[in-house]
Write a protein that binds this ligand. Structure first.
Ligand code: BES
Ligand code: MN
Ligand code: ZN
Length: 504
């Protein structure tokens, strides 16, 4: 469904609309709703009060009720509960908007009006940005691969183009704020599309093409290193993973520059377009989910797209090592010892621990080429992270407290929640090499931590944060602005907020 947002600084006087959406706050027990509805015409006040009285609608957060009004100028009315006013914050409001986004289809209408009620302005929130973002995130669906409806189904098809007008009589937000929310959601939904696209249609060359078209659209510099260049540079870890696939690897390097920039941030994303495990083959059941193993890369591409739109005063390097991890006669073997770009010797005990190998080379190359002021990577790196934190928070390993603090903050404001894990030096024991410098796995114990600490060997002293998104990139439940199935686009909005805090 394609949604177009429109903004008007007017209220309900002489409004004609196919469908009206009203947000209704929850009132203290034994009190009746009153002044919160003052701005509505009497006929609507009556309807809302009736719905509450008859208990067909509750004002609890995210509950909804669709009514037919009998009023010709606004035949459909969707009531949306927002819960208690003091419980509303950036995240709860985003979820309410997400719920509205999901309900849009049921309105079966192409022109919808959403009222920003005066009481919303009492919250010190950027309501326009949050609501626009939540709406478009919640309404997302991935139907590129669905067949056309049969004649029987045709009558019940959802509308595919919807215009939603935000009515803001109190001028609590602005067209610009709404545009910001749209940009954030469009970039996230783009990352979701990439993540959901299966491995037969999305492989390293396709990620490179996507990066090229973003670079072209926003006038960014781009370099794509091919296999021969990687060989010349000695990227033994990246090349080792790529060997088993007929799809050639790509190292994508995008550069966004702002003339007033004072700092440079590098953002790196794991781009394993399919992870079979390689010779250390994964079990068959659930292997299909490994098409999502490029969600780190998708976060970088989504963020670069948003950066092109928002033009922050900062230089940003977007980096994606892109490979497919496959078993083959030419594939790397458990026991192989490879030489990393930074010279370290790495014993590949398990070819399924491939993410850290490609990221290690990408991180040390980025640091050598650009000496950024900070570097942050996103990766669906370990199944252990799902065990540790489930599908709600991403795990963080870092060498820098201040950058960790900034990432945690950006996680809070964006809803892309992260949680730092400990990185005591004792954990490094299990990845010390037997014949070389490092092992590519320290076994099952503390798997997310040892994977992060492996990467630490490739960032030198540069402030660095690693975000393990194995649990948060897909399979997230019960968050209304997240899709019911498939990828979440995690990382895009966190990066936008982090970049906001890094601007000159
Ligand atoms: N891409 C996987 C991690 C993963 C697993 C993400 C399940 C999401 C769901 C990664 O490449 C991997 O296979 N990691 C191994 C590491 C192990 C071999 C040390 C893992 O987690 O089992
Ligand atoms: Mn793997
Ligand atoms: Zn992987």
């Amino acid at each position: 469904m394609e949604i177009k947002l429109d903004y008007k600084t007017k209220g309900l006087e002489s409004l004609k609309t196919d469908a009206l959406i009203l947000m209704i706050p929850e009132i203290k027990k034994n009190k009746e709703i009153g002044k919160q509805l003052d701005f509505l015409p009497d006929s609507l006040i009556h309807l809302v009060k009736q719905a509450i009285k008859l208990k067909v609608f509750s004002e609890k957060a995210e509950s909804t009720h669709l009514m037919v009004t009998g009023i010709d100028d606004m035949p459909r009315l969707l009531l949306v509960g927002t819960g208690k006013q003091d419980k509303l914050n950036q995240e709860t409001l985003r979820r309410i908007a997400g719920k509205i986004g999901k309900k849009i289809k049921s309105l079966k209408s192409e022109a919808i009006s959403l009222v920003l009620p005066p009481w919303l302005s009492e919250l010190s929130l950027d309501v326009g940005t949050i609501i626009a973002e939540g709406l478009l995130l919640g309404a997302y669906d991935f139907n590129k691969y669905s067949s056309a409806p049969t004649p029987d189904e045709e009558d019940d098809q959802p509308v595919d183009k919807v215009k939603i007008t935000l009515l803001d009589a109190d001028k609590m937000t602005s067209a610009k704020a709404i545009k910001q929310g749209e940009t954030r959601a469009i970039a996230t939904n783009y990352a979701r599309d990439l993540g959901n696209t299966p491995g037969n249609d999305l492989y390293p060359e396709i990620l490179a093409k996507e990066a090229e078209s973003i670079a072209l659209e926003y006038n960014m510099k781009i370099r794509i290193l091919d296999q021969p260049e990687m060989e010349e540079l000695g990227m033994g870890m990246l090349l080792g993973v790529a060997r088993g696939s007929v799809r050639p690897p790509k190292l994508i390097l995008m550069e966004y520059q702002h003339p007033k920039a004072k700092k440079q941030l590098a953002i790196v994303g794991k781009g394993v377009t399919f992870d079979s495990g390689g010779i250390s083959l994964k079990p068959g059941s659930g292997m299909d989910e490994m098409k999502y193993d490029m969600c780190g890369a998708a976060a970088i591409l989504g963020a670069m797209k948003a950066i092109g739109e928002l033009k922050p005063k900062l230089n940003i390097i977007g980096v994606i090592p892109a490979v497919e991890n496959m078993p083959d006669g030419n594939a790397q073997r458990p026991g192989d010892i490879v030489t990393a770009f930074n010279g370290k010797r790495v014993e590949v005990l398990n070819t399924d621990a491939e993410g850290r190998l490609i990221l290690g080379d990408a991180l040390s190359y980025t640091i050598k080429e650009y000496s950024p002021d900070g570097i942050i990577d996103f990766a669906t790196l370990t199944g252990a992270c799902i065990i540790a934190l489930g599908h709600y928070a991403s795990g963080v390993i870092s060498n820098n407290e201040e950058l960790t603090r900034q990432v945690v903050e950006a996680g809070k404001s964006s809803g892309d929640t992260v949680w730092p894990l400990p990185s005591f030096p004792e954990y490094e024991e299990s990845i010390k090499g037997k014949f070389g410098d490092l092992l590519n796995t320290g076994g099952r114990e503390a798997g997310t931590i040892t994977a992060g600490l492996f990467l630490k060997n490739f960032v030198e002293e540069i402030p660095w944060v690693h975000v393990d998104i194995a649990g948060t990139a897909w399979g997230v439940k019960h968050i209304s602005y997240q899709p019911a199935k498939g990828t979440t686009g995690v990382g895009v909005r966190l990066l936008i907020d982090l970049i906001g805090s890094w601007q000159a």
